[in-house]
Design a protein around this ligand. Structure first.
Ligand SMILES: [Zn+2]
Length: 304
């Protein structure tokens, strides 16, 4: 969707509000173990191999129509992970993946197809903010070589650690030719709203999209606060939690670092206390029944 169309269709956007709309894009789905979602006292390997309860995990990205260009928050999964036996190089990885996730993908779940479904040409994506480097969040980056890819410097450092693939961070699908990665560092903010966080990063310089470090799921995971006059503020938290109610209840999942997760949960809850009306966004489906017709697109905010 070219910028001019956004303005033409959304008169308020030409006044003073930088963002026309925020949409969640459904990029396929998988199932995960109940213990993965809700946590367990049992050792991880036990439920990975012997867990029998599965819950539905929608795979998502978000599309923000900003006046400087279209921004993605995460890029979804590459369906090749299900259909191409060589997508994961290590045999142990391919073996474990099928024990951890039951993938249920179609070729059309790739981000370029998903965007086309909502009338957007993938070539018009200007930036992509990557919440963390797990394979189901970076799967679309090969489709957007023209876009700046923003990732936290802490998350990027994982690539230099031994065996990031053991954490489902697959170098071969991240360090790809042509990918325009930009490592961001969080800088201190004078705004008391962000006093709890170890800095902020303003994506477009107008305060409408603020990145906040929310580690725990991975060491460099980030969340994105979207706010502008006249809108309820929203916080996109990616995999910080699988369900907003779990963050509220201080309940950690079966993956990530529990103490770091709880520290990030507390920061997010305090942010919500300081920012009335803040909606923490993590669209999720309970149970394991697949919806008869999964919506391809859901507008959270705006009209563009
Ligand atoms: Zn993840």
């Amino acid at each position: 969707m070219p910028h001019s169309q956004i303005e033409a269709r959304d008169p308020f956007n030409s006044v003073d509000r930088p963002i026309a709309s925020v949409r969640v894009l459904q990029c396929g789905q998988a199932e995960q173990h109940w213990e993965h979602r809700y946590g367990s006292q049992r050792p991880q390997l036990l439920w990975v191999f012997f867990g029998r309860r599965w819950v539905l995990l929608p795979l998502q990205a978000f599309l923000i129509a900003h006046r400087d260009g279209l921004v993605l928050f995460d890029t979804g999964i590459d369906p090749a992970v299900q259909f191409d036996k060589s997508y994961i190089r290590q045999a142990i990885g391919r073996f474990l993946l099928s024990r951890i996730f039951r993938l249920d993908l179609k070729e059309t779940d790739r981000v370029d197809h998903v965007l086309l479904d909502v009338g957007v040409d993938v070539k018009d994506i200007r930036k992509a903010v990557i919440s963390h480097l797990h394979f189901d969040h970076v799967g679309g980056i090969s489709q957007i070589p023209q876009a700046e890819l923003l990732v936290s410097a802490r998350e990027w450092a994982i690539l230099s650690e031994p065996h990031p693939e053991k954490e489902w961070i697959l170098r071969e699908h991240i360090e790809i030719p042509g990918a325009d990665w930009r490592q961001i560092s969080f800088v201190p903010s004078d705004d008391p709203l962000f006093a709890d966080f170890d800095g902020v990063h303003d994506v477009t310089g107008d305060g409408s999209m603020i990145l906040l470090p929310t580690p725990g799921h991975t060491p460099g995971s980030l969340s994105m606060l979207i706010r502008q006059d006249g809108w309820k503020p929203v916080l996109l938290v990616a995999d910080l939690t699988y369900e907003v109610a779990m963050l509220e209840a201080d309940r950690v999942p079966g993956t990530g670092d529990p103490d770091t997760l709880r520290a990030s949960f507390a920061k997010v809850r305090r942010l919500r206390d300081r920012l009335p009306g803040l909606e923490v966004v993590r669209p999720m489906i309970s149970g394991r029944k697949r919806p008869s017709r999964a919506p391809q697109e859901h507008r959270i905010l705006g009209t563009g």
